[in-house]
Each structure stands twice: as C-alpha cells, then as structure tokens.
Design a protein around this ligand. Structure first.
Ligand SMILES: Cc1cc2nc3c(=O)[nH]c(=O)nc-3n(C[C@H](O)[C@H](O)[C@H](O)COP(=O)(O)OP(=O)(O)OC[C@H]3O[C@@H](n4cnc5c(N)ncnc54)[C@H](O)[C@@H]3O)c2cc1C
Length: 310
C-alpha cells in the first residue's frame, strides 16, 4: 500500500502550521500521529481519520473498506460514544499564551504538557504582555463578560500599560542586582506570555474543544481552542464533522425537560399526524435506514407520554 504525509497538503503549511492569536500569541500544530496515512486501492489519500477506523475494525480482524463505509463507521463511533478508537491519534501543539490562559490549559489533566521555565530563563529582554480590550461584566452570568459598556473604565488600558512597565522595571532591576529568576518572576502579571507544548490524544482533545469552544468558556481560551480546532480539521475531517454534529451542535434534553416538551406536545399537537409527516419527510430525503429509524425512535420516546394518551 502507498502512503502520503498528511501535513504535506495541510492548508496552513505555508504559515508554518501557525495561527496568530492577538498581537503576540499563537497556536502552532507541531505534529500529528498518524502523520503518514495510506493511499487506498482507489488512489484516495486517506486522512488521519483512518486510524480510528482501523482501530475499531481490529476487533473483527478487518481494516479499511470503501471511504463511504469508513465514514459511516466514524459517524457510528461518535454517535454511540465508542471513544477508544479516537485515542489512537495524538496531536501536539505549541502554544504561546498569557499565564491566565495557560492556567486554564493546565486544568486538562489528560494532556501532556511542558512549559517554558521562568526559573531557568532570565526574561529581562523577553517579557511580553497581552493587552485585552475592555469588556464589561455580564449581567446574567457571574463569570462571563460582554462588550464594553462602561465609559468609567476608559483609562484601564493606559493604567494597565503603566503597571506592566513598572513590573518589567522591577523585574529587570532585581535580576541585574543578583535576584534569582524564581523570585523576580513573582512581580509578573497574569498577562505575561509564556510558551508550552500541549499534547493530547484525539478523544481527549475533542473533550477539550467541547469545553473550551463553548461560549461559557473565557473569550481568550475560546480563541485558542477555535484556532486549534481549525488546525486539526484538515487532518481529521470526518471525525471533526461528526464531533460537531453529535457533540457541539447536538441538542439533548434531560428527563424533566423531555416531560415538559412531551406535555406541551400532548396539549397542542396531533402527534399521530406529526409522526406521519416526519416519516414522509424522511422518506423524501436521502437518509440512511438507520438514521430514519433512529430519529423516529427518539421522536416516539420524546412523545411517549402524550402518544399513549392520544
Ligand atoms: C467554563 C468553565 C469554567 C470553569 N470554572 C472553574 C472554576 O471556577 N474553578 C475550577 O477549579 N475549575 C474550573 N473549570 C475547570 C474544570 O472544572 C475542569 O478542571 C477543566 O475544564 C478540565 O476538564 P476535565 O477534568 O473534564 O478534563 P481533563 O482533566 O482532561 O479530564 C478529561 C476527563 O478524564 C476524566 N478524569 C481525568 N482525571 C480524573 C480524575 N482524577 N478522576 C476522575 N476522572 C478523571 C474525567 O472524566 C474528565 O472529564 C472550568 C472549566 C470550564 C470549561
């Protein structure tokens, strides 16, 4: 079987696999595994998705099939939470981000991380800071922010710059006078840039994306997570498509919520008629048998109470 290097055709190859975040930060795709992917008997260059397919089929002693069958398998794995095949892929990023963002990255225990040391490095000539645009406190979410609406904070940026300059002066002076880097660094603010190498397997990285691309996550880490997602999309296109379909854009209802909806249906809708319409609609479109059956099954489940009574 012939093979190809998946990174050779990567759309960000000419940018060194890097996406800039604000003025000084970035996310860079350092490496992926599998990187050498097969070219199948139909001369189709397979993407990194192939490893999850191969891992899932190892239980049956079979490997790759047609691209359509393999894509369907990835869809099945993602939909049914068969997660271990996605653990066969690894992705490594280099990330340059402010301390407070890095702190959020480090909460993801399933990542392997190495971080620049401010104990070993004299940062006097290298200190860089992130200057956020002013955002106001969200009125309906204690930890969230919204577009700036308070004029009273117009000097925040200027004052922040002054503080960072003062921090830099104190740090540099202390180092010059023989202070250890591990002590001098204590004056550095949360906005100081640092660099880390962050590696996760694909399953855990998808979980990271699920949490950190969500609008409840802080804007800055969302920007990093979205850039990381963009960088791996060409490497694992089907997996990412299914992840977005079954995790990110998927709506789930709790038992209580289902009951409320079911009661609403019961009181306001002719369920039998709606079910018939749903089946007609599905038949008129090109869906697989299992997709149709699955959706009708969930529709019936949602309407269970009202169906029984109608
Ligand atoms: C919007 C948002 C707000 C947050 N706010 C806060 C906050 O206010 N304070 C705060 O402290 N944290 C906060 N966090 C961090 C959060 O609690 C998690 O630590 C972080 O998101 C990492 O998630 P994780 O543990 O699922 O990921 P990982 O550490 O990568 O773990 C992945 C999965 O592996 C399993 N796992 C890993 N380690 C263990 C273990 N030791 N035991 C059992 N299962 C394990 C779990 O199933 C876990 O979901 C916040 C996160 C988000 C996204």
């Amino acid at each position: 079987m012939k093979h190809h290097d998946i990174l050779e055709s990567h759309p960000f190859k000419n940018e060194d696999f890097k996406i800039k975040i604000h003025e000084k930060g970035y996310v860079q795709l350092e490496n992926v595994s599998p990187r050498i992917c097969p070219i199948d008997s139909n001369n189709i260059k397979r993407t990194g998705d192939y490893i999850a397919v191969k891992a899932a089929r190892v239980s049956f002693g079979s490997g790759l099939k047609s691209i359509e069958e393999d894509d369907r398998l990835i869809e099945f794995l993602m939909k049914n939470n068969h997660t271990s095949p996605f653990e066969q892929a690894d992705i490594t990023f280099v990330i340059k981000a402010p301390f407070f963002v890095v702190k959020q990255f480090l909460r993801h225990r399933t990542a392997q991380v190495n971080e620049q040391s401010f104990r070993y490095t004299d940062m006097s000539e290298k200190l860089e800071f992130y200057y956020p645009d002013m955002r106001s406190k969200s009125l309906n979410n204690k930890q969230s922010s919204v577009k700036n609406i308070c004029d009273e904070n117009e000097n925040f940026q200027i004052e922040m710059k002054e503080v960072f300059e003062e921090d830099t002066n104190i740090y540099t002076k202390a180092i010059k006078n023989g202070c250890a880097q591990e002590v001098a660094r204590c004056v550095l603010p949360q906005s100081t840039y640092t660099t880390l190498i962050f590696k996760q397997n694909l399953h855990n990285l998808l979980h990271f994306f699920y949490l950190r691309t969500d609008e409840t996550a802080q804007l800055e880490i969302r920007e990093y997570a979205n850039a990381m997602l963009k960088l791996i999309m060409p490497v694992f296109p089907k997996t990412i498509e299914c992840f977005i379909n079954h995790r990110i854009d998927c709506v789930k209802f709790s038992k209580k919520e289902s009951e409320i909806l079911s009661n609403l249906f019961k009181d306001n809708i002719d369920i039998t008629h709606l079910r018939k319409k749903l089946i007609e609609l599905l038949d008129s479109e090109s869906h697989s048998k299992s997709f149709k059956e699955g959706l009708v099954f969930r529709f019936d489940k949602l309407c269970e109470n009202s169906n029984k009574k109608n």
